[in-house]
Write a protein that binds this ligand. Structure first.
Ligand code: ZN
Length: 225
């Protein structure tokens, strides 16, 4: 991941609960429970879409019949789509529990990353997503998930996608009183495996919550397990 420190982090800001910066678009989702109570959001929840493209996932997350939404989706080319202003409650966490609180939607910003999710080995060196897309081994990480008992195969994220997600989290933390960044897999461990071992979640937490960008820039691999 040498490209991570080759270019400066993009700078985003939040103006009236809307993200501004390069390559950001807004498409409103009807799927909200209204405004956060005061003191929230104080948490960010990171997800993968387990979908085939940014646009197909945004279609689901903005469809009134889907029953799901998120504040942001980050594409594999780094494009960001905001779907709810960050003062509104989105429907991304589902039944969830973390550090004494349940129902994390009430407290959190949801960020979805375009990623095919957990893959199946086909036995010929290639891997298949649940929706039938085939990936070569250079796009796949073999690793055991903290919530699983055996080795799994995971679609890799792109460097630009990770860096833009880092910048998005930094912007959210400088605007709101965010104290916690978690993966969906940490708040619903019996149901969920996203964002999974291919995402550098522990590095992101350190870089954003401890302003530890030195560490982000110099480390070449994540210790996620
Ligand atoms: Zn999720």
């Amino acid at each position: 991941m040498n490209t991570l420190h080759a270019s400066p982090l993009p700078l985003f800001s939040i103006d009236d609960h809307i993200l501004t910066g390069d390559n950001i678009t807004f498409r409103l989702s009807p799927n909200t429970s209204g405004r956060f109570q005061s003191g929230s959001p104080d948490t960010i929840v990171i997800h993968f879409t387990a979908g085939s493209s940014l646009s197909s996932s945004v279609n689901v997350l903005t469809n009134a019949d889907s029953g799901v939404s998120a504040h942001f989706a980050v594409g594999r080319n780094g494009d960001i789509v905001q779907m709810l202003p960050t003062n509104k409650i989105a429907w991304h966490a589902g039944e969830s529990y973390y550090e004494g609180r349940s129902g994390l939607n009430q407290y959190s910003i949801g960020i979805e990353l375009d990623n095919a999710g957990q893959l199946k080995a086909r036995g010929d060196g290639t891997f298949e997503s649940w929706f039938g897309e085939i990936f070569g081994e250079n796009e796949v990480l073999a690793a055991q998930h903290i919530n699983q008992q055996s080795m799994g195969y995971w679609h890799k994220y792109t460097d630009v996608q990770i860096v833009r997600t880092l910048s998005l989290c930094k912007a959210l933390c400088s605007h709101y009183n965010i104290s916690t960044i978690v993966g969906h897999e940490e708040i619903a461990p019996s149901r969920k495996v996203d964002p999974g071992p291919a995402f550098p979640l522990q590095r992101l937490k350190a870089a954003v919550l401890q302003s530890d960008s030195e560490r982000w820039a110099t480390e070449s691999s994540d210790s996620n397990s």
